[in-house]
Design a protein around this ligand. Structure first.
Ligand code: SF4
Length: 269
């Protein structure tokens, strides 16, 4: 894009009582949401860094290290926009790598499907609708652990490291722990201590990119990205960069009012 196709605006937030002003450059014209995912990735990095600084100030240390991919065997939730971003990322890979990655996706989905996990997950979500929040959450944790115990690695995991580190989903960025790495490798509910991130951009991206076309799938999972992109050819709407950012912060700050957190002082302008 040329310079005149971009616009720069400022967002003022208050995070845990501290004023934060962000300057953001976004496309001036209409774009699909997946085109501006790098902006949300940078935002996520910023919030995660703040979370890390907070735990380090308490004397704790992050136990995640390069070469530890224990958490990369979990069901990773992604946004609808990330479904297309990941599918495009894989399509852009040169052969034979593209074929290798696609084969890993297919094998992973086949293993999870053969174990009946997708059905178990849907049933869990359905039961949870009529349960108190805490009971439903506990039940979901148990089903997530069942997925983990199948040992299905993320198709992008190589030598226990992420092969798409710079492009990894927002949910992956938000997952850092202070508990011992061995707890992630053999997780038991309550033994993995995640870094508290004041705002989780993955949730807001998922909310604003939802078109309703994939609602029947409940939570969208990374392992299903290629299958979903093929089943639902991209017909996502286009909006200007400013409109997308306004929607994002409106959702993010609304969600954050439930806890300590992020209060908007001023929108993108
Ligand atoms: S995308 Fe990367 S960080 Fe995320 S689960 Fe896969 S390998 Fe792990």
């Amino acid at each position: 894009m040329d310079n005149d196709e971009w616009t720069t605006g400022r967002v003022k937030l208050r995070i845990n009582g501290q004023p934060v002003e962000l300057e953001m450059t976004v496309p001036a014209g209409p774009v699909k949401l997946q085109r501006i995912i790098p902006i949300f990735q940078q935002l996520t990095n910023m919030f995660v860094d703040a979370g890390v600084a907070a735990v380090e100030a308490e004397g704790k240390a992050i136990s995640c290290t390069a070469g530890c991919g224990a958490c990369c065997r979990q069901p990773v939730p992604i946004a609808e926009a990330e479904v297309y971003q990941i599918a495009e990322l894989v399509e852009a890979m040169p052969e034979p790598r593209r074929g290798v990655i696609k084969a890993r996706f297919a094998a992973g989905v086949a293993q999870v499907r053969a174990a009946g996990w997708f059905d178990a997950f849907e049933a869990c979500i359905e039961r949870g609708r009529s349960m108190p929040y805490d009971a439903a959450a506990l039940q979901q944790i148990e089903v997530v652990l069942q997925y983990f115990r199948q040992g299905v690695p993320c198709p992008f995991l190589e030598d226990e490291s992420c092969s798409i580190h710079a492009s990894r989903p927002l949910a992956c960025r938000e997952y850092l722990v202070t508990s011992p790495a061995r707890n992630c490798a053999t997780p038991i509910a309550g033994t993995v201590h995640k870094v508290d991130v004041v705002m989780r951009p993955s949730r807001s991206l998922a909310a604003i990119s939802r078109t309703g076309r994939m609602n029947g799938h409940g939570l969208l999972l990374l392992i299903l990205a290629l299958e979903l992109a093929e089943a639902y050819p991209d017909r996502a709407p286009e909006k200007t960069g400013s409109e997308w950012m306004m929607e994002f912060f409106r959702h993010a700050t609304g969600a954050a009012t439930e806890g300590p957190g992020v209060v908007p002082e001023q929108g993108l302008r």
